[in-house]
Design a protein around this ligand. Sequence first.
Ligand code: PLP
Length: 346
Amino acid sequence: MKIQGYPNPGAGLRLHLNENTGGCSPRVLEAIQRLSTADIASYPDYTEVVLACARHFGVDPEWLLLTNGLDEGILMAAVGHISRARLHDAETIVPLPAFDPYPNSSAAAGATIVRVPPAADLAFPTDGVLAAITPRTKMIFLNTPNNPTGRLIPLADLRRIAEAAPQAVVLIDEAYIEFGGESFLPELPRYPNVLLGRTFSKAYGLAGMRVGVVIGQAQALDPVRAVTPPFTLNAVAIAAIHAALQDTEFLPRYAAQVRESRERLYEACRRLGLQCWESAANYVLVRVPGDPAPFVAALAARRIHVRDRTKDAITPGCLRITTGLPEHTTAAIEALESAAAQGTVR
Ligand SMILES: Cc1ncc(COP(=O)(O)O)c(C=O)c1O
């Protein structure tokens, strides 16, 4: 059954939302089972979990805000910095292709969205972003690795943009950084106008728990904190975070599986003559030549859900495929092969 506003692909292999296809650490489930009725009946106390996260990220606890998924962190950043500040002529810069919540949150906060098209071959448009900065620029959304291309923004370019817009908050969304690339985290002390976004949804497999992290200095973080609901994370999610952080073997093991999956998919694309982009994340953007419908149909027939970006003018003919456990990637490759075998690849 389809309900407006609640997308539901139905049963099948979920390779469309870049979740952890292997699930979360079993320790998370054990921790949740240990919760008491009183834990559930009480508003949560966040002290211990904020300290644990601050230790994990190596930052001052005052620099860290937990949100109900990074989605909420992105919205609260826009609301805190733009609508609460009553900035009526604010602009936000959104380099394309972009994660939808950047323009959506900008619009919700009442900002004018300045979209910057990608450079050649979907590369990050550093010069375009620098050229788009004006005195009205109040937020810049940077995403590394980028969703959906998987491409990284060089640290030097992140620095240049942050330095070129001291009047703006630069939100660097590192939702997928655990799968590849260098975090901007060590640079943060030098950039009071930067907010870093992280999530437990992807590498830690906690998408269903909704845990995001926004990290930054007071100048950037306080306006976000001011508008974030006080008990936005629930008690179950807090137990999950503690357990996820304690299972130190989980993340390296899964990141290695993701790397193997990516390699398998690149190799299949080469074999099948499909263009794809090298990704630092847990997904790969694949372009199918000609009519993409047979590919979408071949995947759907096997109940493999992928993100169909074929109609997006920035990514025409492209599918974004999550690369999680290697056996799941193999299932997607078999579907691509069957579509190609039907003579659809030219
Ligand atoms: C680039 C990017 N940022 C943020 C998020 C949101 O993550 P969360 O599940 O923590 O809301 C996603 C989720 O797909 C994403 O792709």
